[in-house]
Design a binder for this molecule. Structure first.
Ligand code: ZN
Ligand code: ZN
Length: 320
């Protein structure tokens, strides 16, 4: 039960584990990494081009042991299928690799000076699909969602402004009652576009040069991380699934490394770690590949670990 999980999750308290467990914080490449794609000589841990059927099949299998996921599975299945079916035009970003390398060296993510290419028609169509899906599953918000569905038509300028704002800041200007609905629609409207564009530009990204805690491609924050076979840490962008290497120790969001306010709780016999930081009140879900083994797909891990999100949120932590 989520409540029982919540009661157990208390990093930095008895039962929680303090950070600083002697793992190397170096920049070595993981020789035991999974068989990811090879792009420009770089091994990627994540499958950026995925077949949605195996993802859904794996989620169905994992849901058998995750009660909180079972009622939400139909929504996630539809979102994943919709995401794969969206026809995303090429970004056609005129950015020579030398410029990209220079930007990354100075800590600037690749889309920093690019006006988000708001493809009003294509994005409006996705917006309506996501709205319909949300309406079917959030009956209590049906009337509000029905109105929001029409924003790309009846409130286009304001809708575009919010699309841009969300891209640049990750924030949305909305009242308390509708903010969660806005975030849901914005996240799932942007996601298919950013994922596809991130895959397109992946050859330009050399994460050895990237030392930031936000995504080298879109500037988004991580909502998932992975420890490689030597304990090295990779972060996964919550918006586009880009993965990048990041220093091993400390809170990803505020750099806190004080063991009295930063620590983790192991889940599923150490397969996962739920990190919590009392300095910034953020949490991060981490898969430990030394325990989990095999390949992993961020879309599966992000959703299959929903009880860790519930546990952290109920304990007062904030997500991405
Ligand atoms: Zn990103
Ligand atoms: Zn922190």
């Amino acid at each position: 039960m989520p409540g029982e999980v919540t009661a157990r999750f208390s990093p930095c308290q008895p039962g929680g584990v303090r950070e600083g467990d002697g793992q190397a914080d170096d920049n070595r490449h993981c020789p035991g990494g999974p068989p990811g794609r090879i792009i420009a000589g770089k091994e990627l841990l994540l499958m950026t081009e995925r077949d949605v059927d195996p993802v859904i099949k794996e989620l169905q299998r994992r849901a058998q042991n995750v009660p909180a996921l079972q009622p939400l599975l139909p929504v996630y299945e539809k979102l994943l299928r919709m995401e794969e079916e969206v026809e995303v035009p090429s970004l056609e970003l005129a950015r020579p690799p030398s410029t990209a390398a220079a930007d990354l060296e100075t800590g600037i993510f690749l889309l920093h000076d690019v006006e988000p290419p708001i493809l009003a028609e294509a994005m409006g169509a996705v917006w309506r699909q996501v709205s319909d899906l949300a309406t079917a599953h959030l009956v209590e918000h049906a009337a509000t969602l029905k109105e929001m569905r029409e924003w790309p038509e009846v409130g286009r300028e304001e809708w575009l402004e919010r699309m841009r704002d969300y891209f640049h800041t990750g924030q949305v200007a909305a009242d308390d009652e509708t903010r969660d609905l806005w975030v849901f629609l914005l996240v799932h409207t942007w996601r298919p576009f950013l994922r596809r564009w991130a895959a397109e530009l992946a050859p330009l990204i050399d994460d050895a040069a990237w030392k930031k805690n936000h995504c080298p491609f879109c500037g988004g924050q991580p909502d998932l991380a992975c420890l490689g076979m030597e304990g090295e840490r990779y972060l996964v962008c919550s918006r586009c699934d880009t993965e990048w290497r990041y220093k091993r120790l400390g809170c990803v969001f505020c750099d806190n490394n004080d063991s009295s306010t930063y620590g983790y709780y192991p889940y599923q016999e150490g397969r996962y770690r739920l990190y919590g930081c009392k300095n910034c009140s953020r949490y991060l879900k981490v898969l430990d590949r030394r325990q989990a083994g095999g390949e992993w797909v961020s879309a599966v891990e992000r959703i299959a670990t929903i009880e860790m999100d519930m546990s952290a949120l109920q304990a007062g932590y904030k997500g991405s």
